[in-house]
Design a protein around this ligand. Structure first.
Ligand code: SF4
Length: 340
């Protein structure tokens, strides 16, 4: 436990937390919506700073980040807790479970990442916003040691925390659910509005942090293709047509076990919409197949060949297609461990 950042003290020992867009007002003795920030005697504490529950290497493609340091390994850490309450959560035992884990210092996380042969660290699985203090302290040390940092996030962080951590953050995957449709998020995630996600994305972009978008399509309740088109248009207009976008298959979890997995036809329709709208790098996630590969947007040749979440072949040369010389949106080449 340690004192939290980004909060204001109120009268009668109350506080307002300004870390995420919920901006919780927290009376003395209570926790915020995320359950891991507690007001103790008028001071806000991060309860999960020393509660690391996952610490292991993953392929960077698992995040998914397909255009950042392909083939590298990210030491992936998480603590319990989340600011969202998704009834379809894929990691609900972590996000909504007990607040327990091990105390691992930022120095120790970086040391373990290097010992495991990782090129970077990813703050993932639950929601990194709610263990911000640990991510910030770790990310600074990781950069000094030559490792990259990435967030996998629901995008609900406020702008000031984004500004503070962006010098140390190399890439961010922002996970939309149901294409960010307002009623779906309100009903199934207890999120009042998707607007803060868009403001946050603009800020990451402004700070020149590499961004990829995922969109979990949940059948029957969060799979409106009209909304998918709206999301794609927003991404193209505000982040650019080179922003990678991944449509992710849902599998039944947690409180919506009665739903089927996302039909392939739905994912392919979303894929086609994104291509029709002019997005250059579109993927289907949680499904093996050719829509995991990266193709040159100009000549159509395969540039990165993947098997599921693993990079098998990397053909890009100095950020360009080796067949037609088209410039390709690839970041973090210095961390690519595979032979070009
Ligand atoms: S981080 Fe937690 S306490 Fe702070 S505003 Fe968000 S949900 Fe509320």
């Amino acid at each position: 436990m340690r004192e939290a950042r980004f909060y204001e003290k109120l009268e009668n020992k109350g506080v307002i937390c300004r870390l995420c867009a919920f901006n919780c007002t927290i009376p003395e003795g209570k926790t915020g919506t995320c359950r891991v920030r507690k007001n103790i005697d008028g001071t806000l504490y991060s309860l999960n700073y020393d509660k690391v529950s996952i610490a292991n290497p993953d392929n960077i493609e698992k995040k998914p980040l397909y255009h950042f340091a392909p083939g590298s390994h990210a030491f992936s850490i998480a603590t319990p807790g989340c600011n969202w309450r998704c009834k379809y959560c894929q990691n609900w035992d972590l996000s909504q479970g007990e607040i327990e884990g091990k105390s691992i210092s930022p120095e120790e996380i970086v040391r373990r990442a290097k010992d495991a042969g990782c090129q970077g660290i990813s703050y993932t699985y639950s929601e990194p916003t709610i263990f911000y203090e640990l991510t910030y302290d770790t990310a600074k040390i990781a950069h000094k040691e030559g490792l990259y940092n990435t967030y996998v996030t629901n995008g609900y962080m406020n702008l000031e925390p984004i500004r503070e951590i962006s010098p140390y953050m190399d890439a961010v995957t922002v996970d939309f659910k149901g294409s960010g449709e307002k009623d779906f998020l309100r009903k199934f995630s207890s999120v009042p509005s998707p607007e803060p996600i868009y403001r946050g994305l603009e800020e990451w972009r402004k700070r020149k942090v590499h961004v990829e978008i995922t969109d979990l399509l949940v059948p029957n309740i969060g799979d409106s293709m009209e909304k998918t088109r709206d999301l794609v248009k927003w991404v193209k207009e505000n982040l650019g047509d080179e922003t990678p976008i991944h449509f992710i298959r849902f599998f039944p979890h947690y409180l919506v076990l009665d739903l089927p997995q996302t039909p392939l036809v739905t994912l392919e329709e979303a894929y086609d919409i994104a291509r029709e709208e002019g997005m250059k790098y579109v993927y289907i996630g949680n499904v093996f197949g050719e829509k995991n590969n990266t193709y040159c947007p100009r000549c159509g040749k395969i540039l990165i060949n993947r098997l599921g979440m693993k990079t098998l072949e990397y053909r890009i040369m100095d950020g360009k297609c080796p067949y037609c010389n088209e410039k390709i949106n690839i970041k973090g080449e210095k961390w690519i461990p595979i032979n070009k």
